[in-house]
Design a protein around this ligand. Structure first.
Ligand SMILES: [Ca+2]
Length: 209
């Protein structure tokens, strides 16, 4: 009687076991917020209770509903109504952007009247201090993604603005915010354990011969 693993060397079995363990997989990212602006600006508010300058338009290039601005404002113009929190303060943001004056950042939710007191900028005009993403200013849509740490206790808002003249030279779409859960060591699935057992049995059988 031939073992199905008889042909495998010791190292091959170790490699097989490694692959089976990896098959259990990491815990995937958890989405905190998505926004495609197809339902308008119902999920957004202006800075500190002011009316925001955000406006929904049908983009001439993508044909999709996107966010642009009717005027400039620094310190954050449009804020998510909802707040989001990752326990380790580490987030991943992905978004589509075209233009030359737009900025993406986060702001603490300590005070609704001054949401931008604790804040950080993530993407924006090239050369601005501290940016993780420098927007390509070629008038085309680009998809950007980065991980950032919001170094403030508690949940955060996302914030967007048009900072640079002329007003309206920034367009945003398809924003997604997520985080990686702080996970325990993955537990192999029962099927993986079963296959692992077969592999070890095959190894023992092969070594006896
Ligand atoms: Ca859209």
């Amino acid at each position: 009687m031939r073992s199905p693993f008889q042909c495998l060397s010791h190292h091959s079995v170790i490699a097989l076991v490694s692959v089976l363990c990896l098959a259990a997989g990491p815990i995937s990212a958890s989405t905190l917020n998505t926004e495609d602006f197809e339902s308008g600006l119902s999920g957004w508010t202006g800075q500190g209770g002011l009316a925001g300058y955000g406006a929904i338009v049908t983009d001439s290039m993508s044909g999709s509903a996107v966010l642009t601005f009717t005027a400039r404002r620094s310190g954050g113009d449009m804020f998510t109504l909802d707040t989001f929190e990752a326990m380790d303060r580490t987030y991943t943001i992905t978004y589509d952007y075209r233009g030359s004056g737009g900025f993406v950042g986060w702001a603490s939710s300590v005070s609704p009247a001054a949401q931008w007191v604790d804040h950080g900028w993530i993407g924006g005009v090239p050369g601005y201090t501290g940016l993780t993403i420098q927007h390509v200013q070629d008038g085309q849509w680009h998809t950007y993604s980065t991980t950032f740490v919001a170094n403030v206790a508690g949940p955060i808002h996302l914030m967007l603005e048009d900072w640079q003249d002329p007003a309206g030279n920034a367009w945003f779409d398809n924003i997604s915010l997520s985080y990686e859960p702080v996970s325990p060591v993955p537990v192999p699935e029962p099927t993986t354990l079963g296959l692992l057992g077969i592999g070890l049995a095959g190894l023992a059988f092969a070594r006896r011969r």
